[in-house]
Design a protein around this ligand. Structure first.
Ligand code: 13P
Length: 251
C-alpha cells in the first residue's frame, strides 16, 4: 500500500536559528497528524545536523534538497549522499525544477545522484514537471514521460520502493497558480502508467506520487482527494508550521 506523504521543501529560506525554530514548531504540531501521513522536512544543507537533532524521536523525517552526482573527492562545494546519510537524512529531493532550470541538472546527472542516494540508504523524492511553454504547446505528457523514464527506468523494482515521485508543474511553483485537481490527477495517473509500463501494475500502485506547486491549506483537500495524488511537496506554505500541518491534515 502506498503512503500518504506531506513533504516541506524549504528551498533557500531561513537562517540556521530560524530553521531550528521552524523544525521545533513542526515537531510540536505533528502530534495532530495521523500516523497514516508521513511528514518530511527538506532543509538547506547547513541546517541538517541541528534539525536532525530536533526531529530525532519524532514522526518527522529529514530530507536534503539535493546531493552530489559524485561519490567523494575534489568537487568543491558539493555535498555527497554519504554525508547526507551521516548527517541524519532519510530522504533527499532530486531533480527539482529549480535545479534543472538554474543549475543545469540533467536526467543523466539525476541517474548518478539517484544511484548514490540509494546506495547510501537514502530515499529519493524525484521531481518531474513541465514548464509553461511546454504546457501551452501541449507537451506536458511527453515531458513528464521522458523525465520519469530517463531516470526511473535505470532502476529495479526493488529500488522503486525507496523512490517517491513529485509532479511539480513549473508554472504552478511559487506563482499562486495551482494546477486544478483535474489537471494534476490527469498527469499523476499518467505518470503511474509510465511506471506500470516498465515495472508492472503492483509496483505502480505502491508508488507515492506527490503534487507540488502552490499547494496550501485552502486547496490541499481537493488535490489529495484525487485517486492518484498521494500527498504534496510544499514550498512556501511549508515555511509556516501551522499551514504545513494543516496541509497534512487534508487527507
Ligand atoms: P510552492 O509551494 O512555493 O509553489 O513550491 C512548490 C515547490 O517547488 C516544492 O518543491
Amino acid at each position: 500500500m502506498r503512503k500518504n506523504i506531506v513533504a516541506g521543501n524549504w528551498k533557500m529560506n531561513t537562517t540556521v536559528p530560524e530553521g531550528i525554530a521552524l523544525a521545533k514548531d513542526v515537531v510540536a504540531a505533528s502530534a495532530k497528524v495521523p500516523a497514516s501521513v508521513k511528514l518530511i522536512i527538506a532543509t538547506p544543507f547547513t541546517h541538517l545536523v541541528p534539525v536532525a537533532d530536533v526531529v530525532k524521536g519524532s514522526v518527522v523525517s529529514l530530507s536534503a534538497e539535493n546531493c552530489a552526482d559524485k561519490e567523494k573527492g575534489a568537487y568543491t562545494g558539493e555535498v555527497s549522499a554519504a554525508m547526507l546519510a551521516s548527517a541524519g537524512c532519510e530522504y533527499t529531493i532530486l531533480g527539482h525544477s529549480e535545479r534543472r532550470q538554474y543549475y543545469g541538472e540533467t536526467d543523466e546527472k539525476l541517474v548518478e545522484k539517484t544511484k548514490l542516494a540509494l546506495a547510501n540508504g537514502l530515499k529519493v523524492i524525484l521531481c518531474v514537471g513541465e514548464n509553461l511553454e511546454e504546457r501551452e504547446a501541449g507537451k506536458h505528457f511527453d515531458v513528464c514521460k521522458s523525465q520519469t523514464e530517463n531516470v526511473l527506468y535505470n532502476f529495479s523494482e526493488e529500488d522503486l520502493k525507496n523512490i517517491v515521485i513529485a509532479y511539480e508543474p513549473v508554472w504552478a511553483i511559487g506563482t499562486g497558480k495551482t494546477a486544478t485537481a483535474e489537471q494534476a490527477e490527469e498527469i499523476h495517473a499518467f505518470i503511474r502508467k509510465v511506471v506500470a509500463d516498465k515495472f508492472g501494475a503492483k509496483a505502480a500502485e505502491d508508488m507515492s506520487i506527490l503534487y507540488g506547486g502552490s499547494c496550501k491549506p485552502s486547496n490541499a483537500k481537493e488535490l489529495f482527494a484525487q485517486k492518484d495524488i498521494d500527498g504534496g511537496l510544499i514550498g512556501g506554505a511549508a515555511l509556516k508550521a501551522e499551514d504545513f500541518i494543516q496541509i497534512a491534515l487534508s487527507f
